[in-house]
Design a protein around this ligand. Sequence first.
Ligand SMILES: Cc1cc2nc3c(=O)[nH]c(=O)nc-3n(C[C@H](O)[C@H](O)[C@H](O)COP(=O)(O)OP(=O)(O)OC[C@H]3O[C@@H](n4cnc5c(N)ncnc54)[C@H](O)[C@@H]3O)c2cc1C
Length: 528
Amino acid sequence: MSLPDRNNPYNFDAFLNWRQNVDYYRDDPFIQKVMRHFTGNEHDTIDAQARAVSAKTSFRWRDFSDSIARPEKRPFMLHYDGHHNRIDRIVRPHETEILEKEIFSEALFADKTSPWVKLIKMYLIYQNGEACISCPVTCTEGLVKLLEKYADTPETKQILQHCKEGMDGDFAIGAQYLSEIQGGSDVPANVLEAVCEEGVWRLYGTKFFCSATHADYAVVTAKPVGAEKVALFVVPSWLPGNKEKEIRNGYTIDRIKWKMGTSELTTAELTFNGAVAYPVGPLEKGVANVVGIVLTYSRLTVGLSAAAFMTRAVREAKKYAEFRNAFGLIIGQFPLVAVQLNKIDHIAKRTTAGAFKLYQDFLAQEEGLAKDEPEAASRKRFEIRELIMLQKMATAWDSTDVIREAMSIFGGHGVMEDFSSLPRLYRDSAINELWEGPRNVLLTQIHRDLQKASAWYAPAEFVRNILCGRDEANIDELAAEITELVAYANLFQMDEKTIDICRRWDAFCHKLFHAYQDLALREVEFVS
Ligand SMILES: Cc1cc2nc3c(=O)[nH]c(=O)nc-3n(C[C@H](O)[C@H](O)[C@H](O)COP(=O)(O)OP(=O)(O)OC[C@H]3O[C@@H](n4cnc5c(N)ncnc54)[C@H](O)[C@@H]3O)c2cc1C
């Protein structure tokens, strides 16, 4: 029963108090268990570093991320200075610059940082959403990995040093510009032109989706004049000595896009008019290198950030369900609410366990041989390549669903941008579905890869190997289904049979990756 009260005393203090003080790592026994399981005898060092970074990301960096998300703090362009010089300055809040400086100073890709330390730091940092950080961090990683393999000139070696180890305490930021106005998925159809003029490569033409536009260097795909194959270049945003003068390297930032998510980060349209570009790797191997190296890292990051976004959203929804009352009951005590919370909690946990398990395999492969390897190693390499695409496709999709369900636990407050960070994570998550390969592009690629590999690696065997340890009946069922689906010639005919195969392929791939994640979760829960 409730009586009128003109001084309604209701407040959210208890919930807010908890939220203000929650530490993403210290207060999360599950992620600690995941780390114990996957990091072996390195655990104690990694755990200490995770605690240290969590003390920053759960409080100071969280507050910066929330603050810069306000619409009045959106970045904007200053195309000219007061003396009619074209500068194309991206104006960002000072808080963004501090946040960026502090996070990049963690030296995530430096030799002194172990891969597991990097991974757990990224996972904890990503709980704050994009925040003009996640995309540049992953682009920088892709650039570092590319240059570790191919830097062979003074310029590219210096760029590698700047991004990886820092120079005079300044850690450079990377970006990647592949997508053009006519298409982002179809990179081989790029038309940006590269011309070698007096021994220097220069770029001419346009790129249409250029995120992290404030970066120091970008990986850019372009076609050498007269060639049909795309090559890969690294383009400095400013040539040496010109950053301070704000003279960009032969390109203009035409406009920044107005987008629904990742709004703290600019995504711009660029015109290149003679930008100096350094080729990386063999010119004819541009697509292979950008997909095999650069996109591999950014797709892994999407999986990890999906896990991080979901973990944050579910944690806050669970706590709110312990705090809020309706009809005289704590809302978490309504069985319907409990069912919803259990479901999203499970998805968040399996996504996290899956991301760490896949990273473990990826690391083992990264350190191994690539050439003349035995067949078992080639199979493992193939499994990891496909799992990375499956993970990107499934987790980006699940993340948006999970965050939406978490928001619904908050009722009307769930969609209020100044009540919690969940609406921002939701908008960022929708972007994760699209960049680094939209769902259907990945599903098509996985189908094609499995078909091509089937002469030396039967799809049923692939399923058996990636799900080794699961219930045999379940494996048999999935193995039979993949055999039938992959045997279907291609996914490009507009007829009833193909439409049905495509519907089943979409559902199957999602189910297959969930089976992998559940296996990872079982390992964490029961083997540790
Ligand atoms: C916020 C944001 C920031 C971005 N930042 C960058 C960036 O920094 N650098 C960069 O290079 N790109 C960036 N992108 C571009 C992004 O990578 C592309 O949007 C993406 O690759 C898809 O390209 P598209 O938009 O041209 O879609 P399209 O290629 O036109 O695809 C449209 C639809 O067709 C489907 N489709 C296409 N081909 C196939 C196929 N073979 N089989 C089945 N279905 C298919 C796709 O799944 C999609 O649903 C960004 C995108 C967004 C949204």
